[in-house]
Structures are given as C-alpha cells and as structure tokens.
Design a binder for this molecule. Structure first.
Ligand code: SF4
Length: 356
C-alpha cells in the first residue's frame, strides 16, 4: 500500500489512552518535519460518510475525510468539537493530534465498486482539510481522486491548502470523465490577522496563487470568503480588497457567510480574542449572546454590504453545479442556488454553512 514506504523518524506506541483503545490504530508517529504534531495512523473501516438529511441541509449527501483534526489550526474552525471523541480535545489536540486514515483509498475502492453505489457526488473538505500539511507526507488524495474518477463518481474539493497544486494535473484529467468542482477557502486579506487566526495555513497570497493555478489548469475555482469576522474583516475596505484580489486571481465566483461559533469553538475563539483583541470581547459577547449564529440583522446587513461589491468585481457570474454543489464547469448541469450565498443551513432561513 502507498503508506508502506513512509520513513518514520520516531514512533510512539500509545501516546493517547483513547486512541490506544482503537483496534484499528496502526501506530502513532512524530517526526521533526512536523514539530509538535502527532499522526495517529488508523486502518479505516469505511471511507464514505453519509450525511443525514442532506437534501434539506446540504448540497451533498456523501463525504470523505481522510484526516481527522487539522494542523491548519484555524481558531474559528467549526469542526473542533468533532475531535472530542477518544479523549481528544477541541483545542490544541484538534490542531496537533491528527488521525490519518492510511488505507482510505483502498477502502473507498471497495465501496464504490458495490452494485448499490449509484454514483452521487462526494464532497471532500467539509469537515477537515484534505490538503492540510499531513497530505504532503501521506499523499492520500491522489488515490481518492483516481478511485472516484475511475468509478464515475463526481466530486468536489474545498481546501485552504496550496498543496492542491500538486494534484491539479490529476484532477484536470478526472474532470474529463466526471463533474468536478474546486473551491479555495480564503477569508482574511490582512497578513497579520491571517497568521494569528489561521496559524497553520498557507498565506493568503499562496492561496490566491493556487486559485490562479486551478484556472490555468482549465478548471473553475470558487472562493469561499468565510467566515467574515464581525469588526475584524467586515469593513467595506477589507471586503472590497478581498473580492478584488479574488477576482484578480481568477476566481469564478464567491460565497460568503458570517462567523458562527458553536459551543466548544466559542470558548476557544473567545480565548484567542481575549489575547489578541481584548477590546472586542464585549462586542462579540453581545453579538453571539444568543448562541451559535450572528443575529439575523447582522447577516442581512452583511448581505447588503456584500452584494454590490460582489457585482462590482464580477464574482456573481458562475452558476452552481447541480451535480457537485460547487461551481459548474462548462457543460455541466446547473442548479438554482444563489451563487453568492450558500443554501440554507442550520436554523430556518439561515445562510451559515456547515462548511469552513
Ligand atoms: S477551518 Fe478548515 S482548514 Fe481551518 S482548521 Fe478547520 S478544517 Fe482545517
């Protein structure tokens, strides 16, 4: 298998009690190239996850997450609470204890070969980032892309990882046989803030260059301008600069939404805010006083601010794919989603996505 050739720099047999209980744990590994990070290599029993109630709340019904936890370490990451299994916490452990499904492509191959598999679209990047740094070591995505395309399964990829560029030739070939949608998540266009709130991610500049590379490979590329952070990135000046840079990079369209803070994430985010922007703590406490979502009034205000800017930068041109839920390449069936806002997620009428 692809991961058998990995050279390990050190092995730690059972660093975490919860993980050590797993009967599919192969080993836990630390290596100098990934200082502070432990990879827990597991043999996955399944690769495809079914999303319950997808037709009502999600534009996709199936997902693949080759990794759990994410070294991109975004402070606002909505997936943090999913790490609270097996005694891992949603703070530092989410950033530093990465579960790697080393056999994901092999398992996926068996799953898509079943007669019952009807080839619905599969989404990657809905929970943790498939092109996080670990992918440079484990190279799981090429096998996943080949397996999906080879079985005739459409797919979408959402990432903050410039490592996507490595696989663009392969993905471009896949797009010749199945519908494929690519999206790059770029929320912060202020380098200091970006490094502070997304400390493990490639720079905004590197991600914009990846958007350009996607377009040069002949594929559409949507930019996810989310989350928009109240009082930090919601000024006209920042949003205009963000959309201008996305457009200049070649983005096909933009989707956006305001920050939402689930329980667990909210504590982690507020601790960061207290350290980095103490002057905003009371404002955020008010904005998110009633729970996870920014108030409807704020979201409507943000929409009014965004719409003319999106039009100005001509980022409302592409239409969403009915097949993958992402941006449709030429010739692919189009859906009826409004391109600058995601379909309704969460509470009725809400536009907060369950993506990152
Ligand atoms: S928001 Fe995305 S890229 Fe950032 S830590 Fe979460 S999964 Fe990783």
């Amino acid at each position: 298998m692809r991961w058998n050739g990995q050279t390990l720099d050190s092995e730690t047999p059972s660093t975490l009690p919860g993980l050590a209980r797993l009967n599919n744990l192969v080993r836990s590994v630390q290596t100098p190239e990934f200082a502070g990070i432990t990879f827990h290599e597991v043999l996955a029993k399944s690769a495809l996850n079914h999303v319950p109630g997808a037709s009502r709340t999600m534009p996709f019904a199936w997902t693949i997450n080759p990794y759990r936890g994410c070294s991109h370490a975004c402070v606002y990451c909505f997936a943090r609470p999913t790490h609270a299994y097996l005694e891992l916490d949603e703070g530092k452990d989410f950033d530093q204890q990465i579960v790697v499904k080393v056999n994901v492509a092999e398992v996926l191959g068996r799953e898509v070969a079943r007669r019952s598999w009807e080839h619905p679209s599969v989404a990657l990047g809905t929970n943790t980032d498939p092109y996080q740094r670990a992918e440079g070591r484990y190279a799981l995505m090429p096998g996943i892309v080949e397996t999906l395309a080879g079985s005739g399964t459409p797919f979408s990829v959402l990432t903050k990882g410039s490592l996507l560029r490595r696989d663009l030739p392969l993905i471009a070939r896949a797009a010749e046989v199945v519908p494929v949608s690519l999206a790059m998540s770029i929320a912060v266009y202020d380098d200091e803030l970006q490094q502070s709130i997304e400390p493990g991610t490639p720079s905004t500049k590197a991600r914009l260059a990846t958007v350009t590379a996607v377009r040069e490979a002949g594929l559409e590329c949507q930019v996810f301008l989310m989350p928009i952070l109240p009082l930090l990135t919601d000024s006209v000046e920042h949003l205009d600069r963000a959309l201008g840079q996305a457009a200049a990079a070649g983005a096909s369209s933009v989707v956006y939404s305001a920050l939402h803070l689930k329980p667990g994430v909210k504590q982690w985010f507020m601790a960061w805010l207290s350290r980095e922007h103490p002057e905003l703590v009371s404002a955020y406490a008010r904005i998110y006083a009633k729970g996870t979502y920014a108030p409807k009034e704020y979201r409507e205000w943000l929409g009014e601010r965004m719409r003319p800017l999106v039009r100005k930068h001509r980022l409302d041109r592409a239409a969403p794919s009915r097949v993958t839920g992402g941006v449709a390449p030429p010739g692919q069936p189009l859906g009826r989603l409004e391109v600058t806002r995601l379909p309704s997620f969460g509470p009725a009428g809400d536009t907060q996505p369950m993506l990152f």
